[in-house]
Design a protein around this ligand. Structure first.
Ligand code: AHG
Ligand code: MN
Ligand code: MN
Length: 353
């Protein structure tokens, strides 16, 4: 009955045959999958395993850590340390990167968000993990600066979704592919090859409690979606917000949509909520490889050169038509084309009029 099914290992052998570097990348992604299986088992047990609730510690970003944030981080760290395939790791839950001893010259760095959407844990709503694999410098131990590569350099990226079923969605730069965990057997099976994000959509996702802090182009876009048939969009829109980027991105990969966590003025020290290196970049690659677009509103996310490991960034991603429309609204705001929503610099009696 299971003959002919494509397991993750079989898929990676076929996808990454040839050079040694590719073989090691395939082996590394199998390691990633084994950490994900361990986290999947923990999240599924929930209260039975005593893993719910918070600790009294904070991560480097001042966020209270959930028990599962730390347990998931440990699962990834142990897997990478035992696997001997990465030269270093960096995580949302680690202040600084950790160098890893390699049995042979290691070519990779792994950067990850071990548990995404962790505010959902205690209410038993979907959470996930996000990972990004970058090239490591050759012939020496990596230093912090070596991690600060743009998303374009990623060799592989993906996420796990711990939902009603556990899924692993990944890309090695040749399309985005989804695998479902067959729990009894312990295999990830290719169930969603070559995922394509629908180009058009009528579904948007944004935390509207932040509306007063958004920039005018985002306010304009969301106002038009909400007005639906009665305004310029000419059709009604639906809204979703799960508070787990993994679950939002997965929904968009399955049926289209736009996800926004834009720049806002809520906390002027933070240029966005999500983190560039282990949230925006890997999700940007997954979305682009599925035919979607990932932008800050003003720049392609994968083109941003990081200057800090934990830096935050505005994220707008999903179906091409909608994301490009919102990019246009940013441009019209910045250049003063649309008076209703243009920058104050371009309004009547302003500096430039
Ligand atoms: P994390 O749990 O890794 O800190 O990430 C949570 C992120 C992201 O997944 C989600 O989109 C967003 O935070 C939710 O933010 P709000 O609580 O502001 O809705
Ligand atoms: Mn996260
Ligand atoms: Mn997290």
């Amino acid at each position: 009955m299971h003959l002919g099914r494509t397991t993750l290992s079989k898929f990676l052998i076929q996808e990454l045959d040839g050079r040694n570097e590719s073989r090691d990348l395939a082996a590394l992604l199998v390691d990633v999958a084994s950490a994900i299986k361990a986290i999947s088992a923990m999240t599924a047990k929930g209260a039975l395993a005593g893993v719910l609730g918070s600790l009294d510690t904070e991560n480097v970003q001042g966020e209270v850590q959930k028990k599962l944030d730390v347990l998931s981080n440990t699962a990834f760290v142990n897997t990478f340390q035992r696997g001997g395939l990465v030269a270093g790791i960096a995580s949302e839950e680690l202040d600084d990167p950790i160098a890893v001893a390699c049995s042979k010259p290691c070519q990779f760095l792994a950067v990850f968000d071990p548990l995404d959407g962790s505010s959902n844990i205690d209410v038993n709503v979907s959470v996930g993990s996000i990972f990004s694999i970058l090239p490591s410098p050759k012939g020496r131990e990596p230093v912090l600066q070596d991690y600060l590569q743009s998303g374009r350099q990623q060799l592989a990226a993906g996420y796990a979704l711990y939902g009603p079923s556990t899924m692993l969605v990944l890309t090695v730069g040749r399309g985005t592919h989804g695998f479902t965990l067959d729990r009894e057997v312990g295999n990830f099976i290719l169930t969603h090859p070559n995922i394509q994000i629908p180009i058009e959509t009528s579904e948007f996702a944004i935390n509207t409690s932040n509306e007063r802090f958004w920039e005018p182009p985002v306010q304009r876009y969301v106002a038009e979606c909400k007005a639906g048939k009665t305004d310029v969009r000419g059709r009604d829109f639906n809204m979703r917000w799960i508070a787990s980027m993994v679950a939002e991105v997965h929904r968009i990969l399955m049926r289209g949509g736009i996800f926004m966590y834009p720049k806002d003025t809520k906390d002027l020290t933070k240029p966005g909520r999500l983190r560039l290196m282990y949230e925006a970049n890997p999700m940007g690659m997954v979305v682009e490889q599925a035919g979607g677009v990932a932008t800050t509103g003003r720049k392609r996310i994968l083109d941003v050169l990081p200057d800090q490991l934990h830096q935050r960034i505005a994220v707008i991603l999903g179906s091409r038509d909608e994301v490009e429309r919102l990019e246009r609204y940013h441009q019209e705001y910045d250049t003063g084309v649309d008076q209703r929503y243009s920058s104050p610099l371009f309004k009547e009696r302003s500096l430039f009029q």
